[in-house]
Design a protein around this ligand. Structure first.
Ligand code: KIV
Ligand code: NA
Length: 265
């Protein structure tokens, strides 16, 4: 297959084809995601949890991110590759955010992702104007879990939903080419998706977004302990890891994952 570009992602969005995203952190899984037809790989700072065994994403450094982006880039050939800016690497200034983004692009990322609403719009514009594609991330943002008061669905009340829509619009206007929404009620995520000119990627945001993402180790049944209800174990009944990844891609594209009744808020 041909490499996925931002142009092709925009075409998919325009014709209503769902975008299948998964996280990956090393070359072997990067290769498997590619072979399974995943559209875009996110080297997420969730590697703090699933690779490093940290209690959250906050201890992850920019150097950690660059190391894993480079590893995935060596295994991947065709997936659009996104790297997460970790906690503290874009908060001081637009210049610091640009420097951090450059590090991930030099490691092989084609797009960078950062968390946060309105306050990040200036940063997004600054990075985009300098030629780096940006994915925004709103709703539940794991880097600020403590300030948010724990692992909670965001945007349940109407005024919070309105604020979220405003932030999403500001981020798209600032030049973000994609928007991740995490743990947002299905109705709110659908409304924001319909209001935006750019594709949205949901995780715990229901089936109304332009695409879906899950943490690889969660959807392969590797993560232990209690998982959020939006996760489905695609290894359940699958004959191989490759088959599980393909089933995820097929179900996202076919609209059967996520199921609003069991995976949504
Ligand atoms: O780090 C990560 O895996 C993420 C996704 C869950 C969106 O940010
Ligand atoms: Na992340």
């Amino acid at each position: 297959r041909k490499p996925v570009t931002l142009h092709r992602l925009r075409e998919m969005h325009a014709r209503g084809e769902k975008i299948a995203m998964l996280t990956a952190y090393d070359a072997s899984f990067g290769r498997l995601c590619d072979e399974a037809g995943v559209d875009t790989i996110l080297v997420g700072d969730s590697l703090g949890n699933v690779i490093q065994g940290q209690p959250g994403t906050m201890p992850v450094s920019l150097e950690d991110m660059a190391y894993h982006v480079a590893a995935v880039a060596r295994g991947n050939r065709n997936c659009w590759l996104i790297g997460d800016l970790p906690f503290g690497s874009y908060h001081e200034s637009r210049e610091q955010a640009l420097r951090s983004s450059v590090k991930l692009v030099q490691a092989g990322a084609q797009m960078i992702k950062l968390e946060g609403g309105g306050w990040t719009a200036d940063t997004v514009r600054f990075i985009v104007e300098r030629g780096i594609a940006v994915c925004a991330h709103i709703g539940f943002t794991p880097q600020t879990v403590h300030a948010l008061g724990g692992y909670r669905v965001q945007g349940r009340e109407e005024d919070a939903a309105q604020t979220m829509l405003r932030h999403a619009t500001e981020l798209a206007e600032a030049g973000a080419a994609m928007l991740v929404m995490e743990m947002v009620p299905t109705a709110v995520a659908t409304r924001i998706t319909q209001a935006l000119p750019i594709p949205t990627i949901g995780i715990g945001a229901g089936p109304g977004t332009s695409g879906q993402v899950l943490v690889l180790h969660d959807m392969l049944g590797i993560t232990r302990g209690r998982l959020p209800k939006f996760v489905r174990d695609f290894m359940d009944g699958a004959p191989s890891v490759g088959a599980a990844l393909r089933a995820y891609v097929d179900e996202v594209k076919g609209g059967t994952f996520p199921d609003p009744a069991t995976h949504g808020y």
